[in-house]
Ligand binder design. Structure first.
Ligand code: MN
Length: 496
């Protein structure tokens, strides 16, 4: 059971001078505001506020963010207002709570909900990234209590987390949060695949554990003998969802995945990293093409580390990941490390750390710019490889509304998806302001305008040859039927 004292202890462990008064006050405020409210789990509501704050403290974040975490559901769910929060805790904390509250309300369904959700996340990020970090902390706890929700709702929350939250966490370099969100959602989105991956991982790891302990001991010895001081050597297991994705890439053959269990070596300086690599390669033979220098060339999200895979003792294959403490923190916490309490660097940030932070901020401004332009925004979505959008295209009306259609849809499908009458009377189309035939194949991002012929009575049956949506086909057929019927009726004396 988590308690406010537990939270205080956790904060004091990384920041002895933290303003604990604010934390206790925020907790008391949330506790009073939510009093009488229960979670679906039956627990008092404030347990959720506390769990969210705990997740933030795990990221070693400063007290204003944690206070905002404690208060994040107050304005939306209780009688207490943002104004009261501002009066009691100041504009900074209240600003973050306002950001979360704005993120919370989504009236949309289906695909629209995704688009709107994504848009809101980007906007919130652009305004204050801390808001999104709190949202992650909130979502992590919600994912923990999913089994108490009705299965349909649990599935929806998990899918949304997998498709929207995890890619954003990844883009912000928050490897730890991304991995945890994915693993918790995985179980609810693909239960069978989850069970399969889990059992596979278990059998693999159980057999290898003792062996890896032995290799880690050897590693400590050879590093010590080479004069490399203060190297920390430990094991790391791959996140389940990331293992699953890799399995899919390799025909589900686990024998082809070398990094299920890896050994991590954390050292003080960059020079040490390359020295460690040298010592490891001097002891064991590296596999060809498996040495990756993400220090010289970081991943786009800022991830930095040296990776190498070697033939270890007894010919077993083992992956090593080598990095500095600072890289490790950034790989795990990403943009959150910007606010992180760090004793040694409380005042002076290193140049490389500053450079990465500037890069993240630039990325965010970039995202913000992308969102101003809907076509760019869709492109960004594509880049994030949101699976749910596979086989769908998004086109715009002249007013800028998004219409989603199956791949290879045509202006006729587009017209019918807006209104039957528009479909029945469409004569031609403009795609991106240029005249286009009605059977033109539309692409994501196209702006489509339907030109109607007011004197036209109904659709052309020839359209059936190229329309893609069931809806359009149904409408065209239905019209043909009523037409024949009225024609026949006209032939019968006394018929209407
Ligand atoms: Mn919440």
């Amino acid at each position: 059971m988590q308690t406010i004292d537990g939270l205080v202890k956790k904060i004091e462990a990384y920041d002895p001078n933290a303003d604990i008064g604010v934390i206790r006050a925020a907790y008391a405020f949330a506790d009073e505001a939510h009093s009488g409210q229960k979670r679906v789990t039956g627990e008092p509501y404030v347990t959720h506020s506390l769990a969210t704050a705990m997740n933030l403290a795990d990221m070693r974040l400063p007290t204003p963010i944690i206070a905002a975490g404690l208060l994040h559901d107050v304005p939306e769910d209780t009688k207490r207002t943002l104004a009261e929060i501002e009066e009691r805790f100041g504009a900074d904390v209240a600003g973050m709570v306002r950001g979360i509250t704005k993120l919370g309300k989504l009236r949309y369904r289906g695909i629209e909900r995704y688009l709107e959700n994504m848009r809101k996340m980007f906007l919130a990020m652009a305004e204050d990234v801390r808001t999104v970090i709190i949202k992650f902390a909130d979502r992590l706890h919600n994912l923990e209590t999913l089994e108490r929700l009705p299965p349909k709702k649990a599935y929806r929350v998990a899918l949304e987390s997998l498709e929207i939250f995890a890619p954003i966490a990844n883009r912000l370099g928050m490897g730890d949060v991304k991995g945890r969100i994915e693993d918790r959602s995985f179980k609810y989105v693909y239960p069978k695949e989850y069970a399969w991956t889990e059992s596979l991982e278990k059998t693999m790891c159980e057999g290898k554990k003792e062996y890896l302990e032995m290799v880690m001991d050897r590693t400590r010895n050879i590093l010590g003998a080479a004069g490399i001081r203060d190297a920390e050597v430990h094991g790391r297991t791959k996140h389940l969802y990331s293992l699953y994705r890799k399995l899919l890439k390799h025909e589900r053959d686990i024998a082809r995945i070398y990094d299920i269990m890896a050994i991590r070596v954390v050292v003080p300086t960059i020079a040490d990293c390359y020295a460690v690599l040298g010592v490891i390669h001097g002891t064991w033979t590296p596999l060809k093409g498996r040495i990756k220098d993400y220090i010289a060339q970081p991943k786009p999200n800022g991830y930095r580390s040296l990776h190498t895979t070697v033939f270890c003792d007894n010919g077993e294959i083992v992956e090593f990941q080598i990095r500095t403490h600072e890289m490790h923190l950034m790989n795990e916490f990403g943009i959150a490390s910007h606010w992180q309490y760090d004793e040694s660097k409380a005042k002076s940030k290193t140049a490389e750390r500053q450079a990465q932070e500037t890069k993240w901020m630039e990325q965010l401004t970039e995202l913000q710019r992308e969102i101003a332009d809907k076509q760019q925004y869709l492109h960004a979505l594509e880049e994030m490889k949101i699976d749910v959008f596979r086989d769908r295209i998004f086109v715009f009306t002249p007013k800028g509304d998004v219409i989603d259609l199956p791949e290879d849809s045509t202006p006729v499908d587009f017209a019918y998806s807006i209104h039957t009458d528009l479909g029945n009377r469409c004569a031609s189309a403009k795609v991106n302001d240029e005249m286009a035939p009605l059977d033109r194949t539309l692409k994501s991002g196209d702006m489509v305008e339907v030109v109607i012929d007011k004197s036209r009575k109904g659709p052309n049956p020839d359209w059936l040859k190229f329309v893609k949506t069931r809806h359009a086909r149904g409408r065209i057929r239905a019209f043909a039927k009523t037409n024949i019927r009225s024609w026949i009726k006209g032939l019968i004396p006394g018929g209407k």
